[in-house]
Design a protein around this ligand. Sequence first.
Ligand code: NAD
Length: 503
Amino acid sequence: MAREAGGEPARTADIFDPSAGQVQRRVALGGKAELDQAMQAALAAQPAWAATNPQRRARVMFRYKELIEANMQNLAELLASEHGKVVADAKGDIQRGLEVIEFCCGIPHALKGEYTTGAGPGIDIYTMRLPLGICAGITPFNFPAMIPMWMFGPAIATGNAFILKPSERDPSVPVRLAELMSEAGLPDGILQVLHGDKEMVDAILDHPDIKAVSFVGSSDIAHYVYSRGTAAGKRVQAMGGAKNHGIVMPDADLDQTVNDLCGAAFGSAGERCMALPVVVPVGEDTAERLKAKLIPAIEALRVGVSSDPDAHYGPVITAAHKQKIEGYIQMGVDEGAELLIDGRGFKLQGHGDGFFVGPTLFDRVTTEMTTYKEEIFGPVLQIVRAKTFDEAVELPSAHQYGNGVAIFTRNGNAAREFASRVNVGMVGINVPIPVPVAYHSFGGWKRSGFGDHNQHGMEGVRFWTKVKTVTARWPDGGFDLPRGSEDGGPARLGDSFVIPTMG
Ligand code: NAD
């Protein structure tokens, strides 16, 4: 059974209902003792799981997919109640994770090795892709379903055991996801959820039997996890924060672009690493036309509780985060940006304690401003005006983050040049949030990603496995091969050879 281990009851974290602004439950925070216990179960279970043929492991994924689909509504409501995103967004969060599970249903194909016959006289070479052993994932609050599934799907399908340390701010959906894995037939000890904060993360990074760690969260912590984990000899991939730019060319379809910007900047209250919080119109005329359309569109956005089916977005995760975002808005004013729409002090009727921030729009933001350099992670859109296409390419390229970027244009040549020149990991062409599908891979550059392998797709398979290469020569063993039957018919080597059942 998937295990949820608690910690010393003395250390707990509050889990809020962000729409109400109230604590709804607490989670016990664990540390080394809980990890050691989970590791015993993982170490005992993993060899048999690794030896289970890939087709059988894939069958667990097929059953899991059905269970997630059957539980979509209640998982989405639970997710929305702890995170604050609206239920439709919560379903998207689960769906994008589920697509990685669908990829994992084909894991036998992805694990096929390479083979060369006749690499030398009588020599054949083949590779095996093998699990690493026990692996771990540390996940952020903002995608409590998708990001755990990005990690544990391929890690488990390739034959590893997995310890998941979800965000302590919305840990209930990750626990349910692990319980459903048990229902799907995953053996005990292969997927375990451990709750905690820095103490648990450090225990994971220092544990000698954990071979690989995947992290997604803010950049300073990503860098810390990468440094400490690799120093301990582990394989580490650590995805960090972001500040994605949307370039708007003079020929862009502005109605479509404004619609896309509203979704990408304000959806999920801007708490997405692939949000578009910076828009870069090219030329003054484009900037003015864009601004004229953006203001009414943003003013029409509906902020509501996470269960409101008509709301565009809900509250942010905590009161502290709301305060931080409002602090950035004040900083933008102090730095001299032009505040066109101010979302501070937003109160939703009947939910006065909820952690809501109204949509906010700044114009004339410049590259020297701290509010431009840093990730705000809230419903704040900043207009940075560029004079030329080259300047527009340079802005995201020079920024410390390099997760995603988008260009809005009808000019294929400009789009193509932009995609090849821009120094960012994921590019959208008239696609505001270019999160690659599950069979491609996800990963940003610069301070948005530390390590060599991206998430999911074949990159995920490579991250969670190691390659063994066998070079084989079969010399003449000194016995005669039967090369033909007495009556001159074919050899009967396979007379008693029966193909065994693989499944
Ligand atoms: P966070 O960095 O605060 O937390 C992420 C994880 O690290 C959590 O599990 C948390 O318990 C743990 N943690 C927190 N403090 C720690 C410490 N001092 N030492 C060790 N571990 C610690 O991030 P968050 O606020 O949960 O998530 C939002 C951030 O994640 C944003 O910066 C966002 O851009 C980023 N993010 C990035 C991606 C990506 O793919 N690049 C995806 C989603 C979110």
